[in-house]
Design a protein around this ligand. Sequence first.
Ligand code: F6P
Length: 327
Amino acid sequence: MEKKVTKIGVLTSGGDAPGMNAAIRAVVRTGLYYGLEVYGVMRGYQGLIDDDIYKMESRSVANIIQRGGTILKTARCKEFYEPEGRRKAYATLKKRGIDGLVIIGGDGSFRGAGKLSHEFDVPCIGLAGTIDKDIAGTDFTIGFDTAVNTAVEAIDKIRDTADAHDRLFIIEVMGRDAGYIALHSGIATGAEHILIPERKTDIEQVVDSLLEKEKRKKLVNMIVVAEGDGFGGAEEVARHIKEKVPNADTRVCILGHIQRGGSPSCLDRLIASRMGYQAVECLLEGRYNVFVGIQNNKMHYIPLQNAVKAKGKISEEWMKIVRILAS
Ligand code: F6P
């Protein structure tokens, strides 16, 4: 028999992502609907270790569905990845009688939760939340859609000035391990090249194609680079291009953390609300130690300890589309 969950904690962990607040709201309100006590844990796993926790009511999550960031704050907590850190975290849970935990974050946060549940038998549910969309087994992660739209809006603006000056822009978007933001925003803005960690960057091929376009006087050129691309990011790419294509008036723009902020898109609010509701359903049904993702518009549950980065899942056809449409 699964034990009955009565008091649950919710936390956000790792890089924040727009829509995390909508997910917190959904967890709190669904938990209260089913008569559970709900506790907010501050700064991710650090709040468990430090016992920085407060009881949440329906009003605690009023007026947050549209806000970026996370009202619970977040952290990348190294201490929790050590056994002693998890022991302290468990001591807090035990002291407070919290018998179920919802973790909104990425694959690293899920593996940490998997260890906690394995070592101390704490039911944990993960919700896929990261702008990078780099978690295997889910078509969406909370925050990705907003981040991509932020990048598209910014790149469109860069295109205006690139066009006015006939310049070449190398634009860096976020994605330390994954190229999804680069690929989606690059295709949506008509980038000439998209450089991502999942593909080896052939810089000479980029140079050749720029020289060829120079010959036929193709004017607006934008290259979108994921920060984790193997050649070394936008600065390195620009340094090489300036050397090999000296006639191009080349500029670099690194979009950075603006991609992590802002009001979540409708899609992010929706998936966050659905996932948050589902997390509580999972705890009540005894479907423990999984993270909630979405596949083919249906909820999908993956064991926490199997959480891995979605590496190498970039479709070859998408890369072909980039090449054809940039010609
Ligand atoms: O949240 C994921 C991410 O945005 C990555 O794309 C990026 O490399 C990283 O976080 C940046 O993290 P930090 O804000 O801790 O520097």
